[in-house]
Design a protein around this ligand. Structure first.
Ligand SMILES: Nc1nc2c(ncn2[C@@H]2O[C@H](COP(=O)(O)OP(=O)(O)OP(=O)(O)O)[C@@H](O)[C@H]2O)c(=O)[nH]1
Ligand SMILES: [Mg+2]
Length: 350
């Protein structure tokens, strides 16, 4: 897979990063599988060299929102973490320290941790003990306590830890929810991406299949709107592309008439945020008026919110259209509002 380059869309040049550090066999790849739902083969093939000692795995594959950094060669005396640290200095990143609970020999990892600590650049560190159900509970508690003491000594402060058991062969992911919740606290957008809660109905189930694509467009819109003049043109362009792509995924014919209808059912809660213009042959134009009145950072969060809200509402609309059902105006407006608020909250620049 190609590594994001300067020519990648802006949101792909600043991917939030989960940096995995742990001995070989600790469970790093299993953790990526558990979080992403990708298979072992997909994860294996998806890695591309990133720094001298690390490989990056971008997720989702085609429209990435998140980067996993998988560090190799930890046991080697020459491992120098500075390049990896540099990569992780962006706005949001987490260092995930992975240790198999029964593996007591952790000296290489402890040495590297104390070196990373000295650079004072990593704000969020999460300890993850893997394979915790493979040892009897009392033994497990004793091992965890010993690990915890050693890691905290190396890091010089208290550390949050999560005990997991990810069995990728049987797709049994013990404490996946806890891990996602901990990541959500630090990176709300990543949490929303990885969240796999039960769906109340079929429509929600369908939306979960396209959610990450909507988030990708929303992130793109928020980045372009950091420059209000650019945002004025590119946010609606980004949203138009998103609607086009969603219509295709729901197998619904998409044209300006459909667009006008969608804007119509969204009602004033939506159009109040835009100047919506209806022109010849019902050509609909969206003009983000907020970009002109708010500060850049706020406009970016609002762009994220409107794009996510629009994507959520459009999915609902397409779902019903594809089944020949009428769209409940109240429901779609509520969905838009809720998704807009949620989007504003998780926006990477919010
Ligand atoms: N039951 C159980 N097995 C695990 C868990 N984590 C890892 N394993 C197993 O341990 C072995 C190594 O796991 P990987 O995920 O490949 O470890 P890794 O850290 O990616 O190892 P390297 O790629 O060599 O650095 C595999 O056989 C996994 O199935 C876990 O939480 N529970
Ligand atoms: Mg691996």
């Amino acid at each position: 897979m190609a590594k994001p380059s300067e020519s990648s869309p802006p949101q792909e040049q600043h991917l939030p990063t989960l940096w995995l550090l742990g001995k070989t066999g600790a469970g790093k790849s299993s953790l990526i599988q558990a979080l992403t739902g990708s298979s072992q083969v997909e994860v294996g093939n998806g890695f591309s060299p990133c720094t001298k000692t690390s490989f990056a795995y971008h997720f989702p594959h085609d429209k990435p929102l998140l980067r996993f950094l998988d560090t190799r060669g930890l046991g080697e005396a020459h491992y120098d973490p500075s390049e990896d640290i540099k990569l992780c200095q962006q706005q949001s990143h987490v260092l995930l320290v992975v240790a198999k609970v029964e593996e007591q020999e952790q000296s290489a990892l402890l040495t590297v941790l104390s070196r990373i600590r000295k650079q004072k650049n990593i704000k969020h560190l999460l300890l993850i003990y893997t394979a915790v159900n493979t040892v009897p509970k009392e033994e497990k508690n004793r091992l965890v306590a010993a690990h915890q003491q050693a890691f905290e000594k190396a890091w010089g402060s208290e550390l949050s830890a999560i005990e997991v058991d990810f069995d990728c062969d049987t797709h049994t992911y013990y404490h996946r929810d806890q891990l996602v919740a901990a990541i959500t606290q630090i990176m709300p957008l990543v949490g929303l991406m990885l969240d796999k809660k039960e769906h109340a109905n079929q429509e929600e189930q369908h939306f979960s299949q396209v959610k990450n694509e909507v988030l990708w467009y929303a992130t793109g819109a928020s980045f372009t709107d950091l420059f209000p003049v650019v945002g004025l043109v590119s946010v609606p362009a980004m949203q138009a592309k998103m609607l086009h792509s969603l219509a295709k995924r729901y197998e619904v014919l998409w044209n300006t008439r459909g667009f006008a209808e969608l804007i119509g059912v969204l009602g004033t809660s939506f159009s109040a945020q835009y100047g919506v213009k209806l022109g010849a042959r019902q050509l609909v134009k969206l003009i983000p008026i907020y970009g002109q009145t708010l500060g850049a950072a706020t406009a970016a969060a609002v762009s994220f919110g409107t794009t996510y809200g629009l994507g959520r509402a459009a999915s609902y609309y397409f779902y019903h259209k594809s089944r020949g059902k009428t769209v409940n105006t109240q429901n779609i407006q509520q969905l838009y509002k809720d998704a807009f608020e949620l989007g504003k909250k998780v926006s990477p620049r919010g």
